[in-house]
Every structure is written in structure tokens, then in C-alpha cells.
Design a protein around this ligand. Structure first.
Ligand code: SF4
Length: 642
């Protein structure tokens, strides 16, 4: 079947595209959508007019629009029309994989647009690598495990993957986390791609689910939807992939929309993360020693390996556990810095020697490239670590290995250069972008100098439909009892939001010993969109989550109560520790803005349509109340009762 991918209105050669687009958008919002039963919303029309200017002038725009303004329909329509006009897809970057699914789910905004406007939208998903099964991990594990969940995944892998005589033509896409909803997060980690996998040199790569999915989404004509993490990975790896003769992760885009754009900075930092485990350098350099290299190079490699051993040993010995995080801080001692500096210098020398070795034809080109790439990567990470106050670094340990993780503290310069200097429209859309009506905090942190912006409030009648009740409790055991009473009084139908996975598990330990007349669902038990579907369909139920502060869209009676178990302060991890360290007043400059933004997002989960109603139960400690009550009151849609 051929798809109709033409612009949904006529543009003659004397017409200006944007004039015709403006007419079409006017028809859509004033006539076509209301005729199809959609409410005519002034906020939507105002937003449409603002976006038109941004697309016309190829500007960056911050579109802060409250829940229920229908902002997604507006940006989708512009993104699709502009993609067809330019002949390049739009990229829609969402905060995480759950939000990706929300856009494309049955009855979601894309399907609504298709039905109402008679459009066929070619939309494809570009998910982060962790979302695909890794055959290199799954295959050996399936040989030894008795775990039924994992064996069932193995059974579902198509035959061509293991049949080396199969021809490329018969390769179909497979391997998306969503295809295996029965697998818990914990088990998924054992069989999914992880940062230690080297796909470029993997024998399975042509048959890997990840590769086949990438090949598919790359050819989208209208929209590619990815997560912020993936978009940033694309940005940071674009050049090195080109150098290695690979295509960038994403194709050239006509425009980029960042949905929940307030979360982009952290994604950018994560994307620029350098992760080294002790064995990686050893493996790469041992491979090098196996080549026909000169004596001088061999001696240098031996010195590097010895120093790398010593350095990792020191990192392990001095690392300090961070409470509330699985990361360990590394103290910046003179000894550590000195060793890192020496290591970096030697790696630089080796890079120079490599040029000689390659020129002498003692090494093949492919191997030289891989070693060079890795050494440059290693050296770049060390450079960030060595620059005073520029890097954030920590240690992570699992059963098999110790990894050193390094990320830059500030990303604005690199974002300015690599992303926002491009001459295309960038749209930031979220219900929470500004702080006290000001967008500069966000713009500065992302390196955006010039931008348009607007805010439109939610059209919902919160006074009539939402109650907000504040509670103070110091003792967790008593708090769980009282939350239990709130769940029973509402007969389920509740989303419980926790500040961390640890807090959710503490509640679970208590809740597992109670009797419930409704289903208790926990994030991580199954694939996340399957969990959300269960919550929505299997009434009555309670959904406990530490991540669904953003984007969860469950209208109707399935969700009539949101319980916020504690104020959502930022995690105590090195990223936020570094932000705190560089702030004059860490509580008010780092903790409070993050918490207030997340709180607004969490509260936004309750009322999703004009008919929705319910109650927000907000729990906090006595100290939190004393410190933040005034600030919290300022951002609430209705007055809080105690
Ligand atoms: S290409 Fe990467 S994800 Fe695929 S099997 Fe190989 S290592 Fe795993």
C-alpha cells in the first residue's frame, strides 16, 4: 500500500508555504476539529499562531502550556506539515520511553490527528539501546539458565538470527522491550544492551534487533520519536560515527520538538557521559600488543596497563559510598590527580606512536581505527576529570566489574555549538518550563541565546474538580498506615508517586504484608506501558511509581487520587551534588526549583480531561513544611487544606 505523504493542503508556485499553512491550521482548529467533536480551545489557537512564527523564522520557542491545552496536536501538525514541505522528518524527543509510547498508543494524539484530518502519518520510534535485547548476552545465558521468563524471550527470537545461511532480505525487526511485557526490569537488564557492549565489533550486529530497528526508523518520512537520552547520544556520537564510516543514529531533521523539554539538560549531561571499566583499556591494548608493533610501543603499552591497574585500585580503595545513591564518590586527592595526569600523557604518546605503526603498515586499518577511537575516548574523559571543577565523576560497581563514570558539569557551550546553532526550528513544549514566568534559567543552562516564548494556562476548572490536602508525618511506618487508609477510602483508583525507587520499595515491604481489595501494581514489575495498561483497564487498582511524575495520561475513573509520598527533591547523586556545590544557596537554587517543577508535574497527573475529578494527598515532613510551604502554595492550582 502506498502512503499519502503529500502536504495536506495545496501550495501553488505563487503561494507562500507559510501563508497556506496558516490558512490550513486555521481551518483545522476553527472548523475541521470542532466538526469532529473536538472542543475549540483559545489556548490551542494562540499556541498555533506562536508556533507558526517559530517555524517561519526557524527559531527556538519555549511553549509552556498547561494540561489540557492540546499542545501536542498543535506541535504535531506543524512538525508533520513542515517535514513534508522540507522532505525530511521531524524529530520529537520525549523525556523517556513511556512518553514515547503515550504518543503512539491507540487513541493517542497521532491517531486522533490521522482520523480527524484523514492523514496517514509515517511515524517511527527510535528507542534507546537499552530497550533492545542483546543476543550476545541472551544466547549464552539461555544455555545455562532455567528462568522461564528469559527462556521465553529466547524462544521468541526469529530463526534467521541463528541461521547464518538466511539472506538479509528475510530479516525482520524484533527485540524491542515492549515485545516481552512479562519480563521484569531486573531480568531485562541481564539480556538487554548495556554500555559495556561493543556493537561496532560484534559478530551479531547485522542480525541484531537494535540494528534492524535502526534501519527501519531511519527512513521515516514524517516523524521519528525518540527519548532525550537518545537524541543526545545521537548528537555526541554523530562525528565519531561518521569517522568510523557509520551513519549517525538519527537522520537530518527538518525540525526538533522537545516534549517535556525541561528535562533536556540532565539528558545532555548523561549523553556526554564517559564510562570506562577497568577491563576495557586492558582488552583494547592487549589486542594492540597482539599486532606486529614496534618494541617502543610495546613498552609504552606495558607502562599504561600497569598505571591503569594502580589507578583503578586507588579509585576503589578511596571511593566513598553516597547515601541514597548506588554511586560512590571519588575524593580529588593529589595522588589521584597526578596518576590521572600521567596516564593521560602516556595515552597521548601512544596515540602518536599509533600513527607511526599505521604508517609502517604493521597494523591493519580497521584495528588501528578501533584502538584510536577508544584511546581518544579514554583521554577525553580523563581531560574532563582533570579540569578543575569542570567534571563530575564517580565509581559504579556491579558483581562483575568496576566502572569509572565521568560527565561534564556544564553542557551549555557544547549544546550551543552542536545543537542550537543549527538553522532549524526547535520547539520546547511542557507544562513546566518557566520559573516565576521567566525562561532564562532554562535557556542559559542549554546555551540558547535567542528564543521566543509564551505561557498558556490549563483550561480546566481545578477549583471545581480538584481537592488538595497536605499532611505532615515524620514516622514512615505511621505514614504508610495513613496512606493505606487513603487507598482504601478511595477503593484504589490511585497513583502513588515516590521520590525514589528506595522509598517505593520501603512502602512495598509494608504493603506486601497488608490485605488489599484492589490490585497493587509497582513500576518495574513488567514492561512499563504494560503496567500502565493494566492500571487503566483492571479497575480498581493502585499504581506505585517513582518515575511517572511526567507524562502519565490516565483519564477517567481509573485515576481519581494522586498520593505524593514525599516532596520530590533531586537525587543525592554526583550530578546534583556538583550543582549544589556551585550554587550560592543550594537549597533555594537547586533543590527547591527541581522539587517545585516535579511537584507541578506530579499534580498534573490527576485531571486529564474536563470531566476528571479527584484529590491530591501531599505528604511531607515538619521541616519541609516550615521551609517550603510558601513556595509550594505559589505553584499549586488550588489552595491546599491541611
Ligand atoms: S550488536 Fe550490540 S546489542 Fe546487538 S548483539 Fe551485538 S553487542 Fe548485543
Amino acid at each position: 500500500m502506498t502512503r499519502n505523504t503529500s502536504i495536506p493542503f495545496t501550495v501553488s508556485k505563487d503561494d507562500n508555504f507559510f501563508d497556506r499553512l496558516g490558512d490550513y491550521i486555521g481551518d483545522v482548529f476553527y472548523d475541521i476539529l470542532p466538526e469532529q467533536g473536538f472542543e475549540l480551545r483559545d489556548e490551542q489557537i494562540y499556541m498555533a499562531f506562536q508556533l507558526e512564527q517559530a517555524f517561519k523564522n526557524k527559531h527556538t520557542i519555549f511553549a509552556e502550556a498547561g494540561v489540557g491545552t492540546g499542545k501536542t496536536l498543535v506541535y504535531l501538525l506543524y512538525a508533520i506539515c513542515y517535514a513534508r514541505y522540507k522532505g525530511k522528518p521531524a524529530i520529537i524527543s520525549c523525556a523517556d520511553e513511556t512518553l514515547i509510547e503515550q504518543l503512539v498508543k491507540k487513541g493517542g494524539d497521532i491517531e486522533k490527528l490521522e482520523k480527524a484530518l484523514g492523514l496517514e502519518v509515517d511515524v517511527r520510534l527510535a528507542k534507546a539501546r537499552e530497550n533492545y535485547v542483546c543476543i550476545k548476552k541472551l544466547n549464552p545465558l539461555a544455555e545455562i539458565t532455567a528462568d522461564e521468563d528469559i527462556l521465553s524471550v529466547h524462544d521468541e527470537i526469529p530463526d534467521f538470527v541463528f541461521d547464518t545461511s538466511a539472506v538479509m532480505k528475510s530479516f525482520e525487526r524484533y527485540g524491542d522491550r515492549k515485545e516481552y511485557p512479562w519480563v521484569s526490569d531486573e531480568k531485562w537488564e541481564k539480556i538487554a544492551w548495556d554500555p559495556l557492549q561493543q556493537c561496532a565489533t560484534c559478530d551479531w550486529r547485522h542480525r541484531s534487533g537494535q540494528t534492524l530497528n535502526r534501519e527501519f526508523y531511519r527512513h521515516a518520512q514524517d516523524i521519528i520519536i525518540c527519548s532525550h537520552d537518545f537524541y543526545m547520544e545521537h548528537v555526541w556520537t554523530k562525528e565519531s560515527r561518521k569517522r568510523e564510516g557509520q551513519l549517525p543514529l538519527l537522520p537530518e531533521a527538518s525540525s526538533v520538538v522537545f516534549d517535556e523539554g525541561h528535562l533536556l539538560e540532565v539528558a545532555a549531561q548523561k549523553g556526554l557521559t564517559y564510562r570506562f571499566n577497568f577491563e576495557n583499556l586492558t582488552n583494547v591494548l592487549t589486542g594492540y600488543m597482539g599486532q606486529d608493533v614496534r618494541e617502543e610501543s610495546l613498552l609504552l603499552v606495558e607502562d599504561i596497563l600497569a598505571l591503569n591497574d594502580e589507578w583503578f585500585e586507588l579509585l576503589g580503595e578511596t571511593a566513598v559510598a553516597v547515601e541514597g545513591s548506588d554511586r560512590q564518590d571519588i575524593p580529588r586527592t593529589d595522588k589521584m590527580v597526578d596518576m590521572a595526569r600521567r596516564l593521560n600523557k602516556m595515552v597521548q604518546q601512544l596515540l602518536e606512536q599509533l600513527v607511526f605503526d599505521a604508517e609502517l603498515f604493521t597494523m591493519d586499518e580497521y584495528h588501528t581505527k578501533i584502538i584510536e577511537e577508544y584511546l581518544e575516548f579514554f583521554s577525553y574523559g580523563l581531560t574532563i576529570l582533570l579540569k578543575d571543577d569542570q567534571g563530575i565523576y564517580w565509581i559504579e560497581e556491579n558483581e562483575t566489574t568496576t566502572s569509572l563514570v565521568v560527565m561534564p558539569r556544564l553542557v551549555e557551550d557544547v549544546l550551543k555549538k552542536e545543537v542550537f546553532s543549527r538553522d532549524i526550528p526547535f520547539v520546547f513544549s511542557s507544562a513546566t518550563l518557566a520559573q516565576g514566568g521567566d525562561f532564562t534559567y532554562l535557556a542559559d543552562s542549554l546555551g540558547i541565546n535567542s528564543f521566543d516564548s509564551f505561557s498558556v494556562a490549563s483550561p480546566f476548572d481545578y477549583e471545581a474538580n480538584m481537592k488538595l490536602i497536605g499532611h505532615v508525618e515524620q514516622n514512615p511506618a505511621l505514614k504508610w498506615e495513613k496512606i493505606g487508609e487513603q487507598l482504601r477510602a478511595n477503593q484504589g483508583h490511585t497513583l502513588v508517586l515516590f521520590s525514589s525507587e528506595k522509598e517505593m520499595n520501603q512502602f512495598r515491604n509494608w504493603a506486601d504484608n497488608q490485605e488489599w481489595a484492589f490490585r497493587m501494581l509497582y513500576e518495574g514489575e513488567y514492561e512499563i506501558s504494560a503496567t500502565v495498561r493494566k492500571f487503566q483497564k483492571e479497575e480498581p487498582a493502585v499504581l506505585c511509581s517513582h518515575n511517572l511524575w511526567e507524562g502519565l495520561d490516565v483519564p477517567g475513573e481509573a485515576l481519581t487520587q494522586v498520593i505524593i509520598s514525599s516532596l520530590p527533591f533531586p537525587p543525592k547523586d554526583p550530578v546534583f551534588q556538583a550543582k549544589r556545590k556551585h550554587a550560592n544557596d543550594p537549597t533555594m537554587e537547586v533543590d527547591a526549583p527541581y522539587m517545585l517543577l516535579r511537584l507541578r508535574q506530579g499534580i498534573g497527573r490527576l485531571i486529564r480531561t474536563t470531566n476528571d475529578h479527584g484529590v491530591i494527598q501531599l505528604w511531607m515532613t515538619e521541616e519541609d513544611k516550615a521551609l517550603y510551604q510558601k513556595k509550594i502554595d505559589d505553584v499549586l492550582p488550588v489552595e491546599m487544606n491541611w
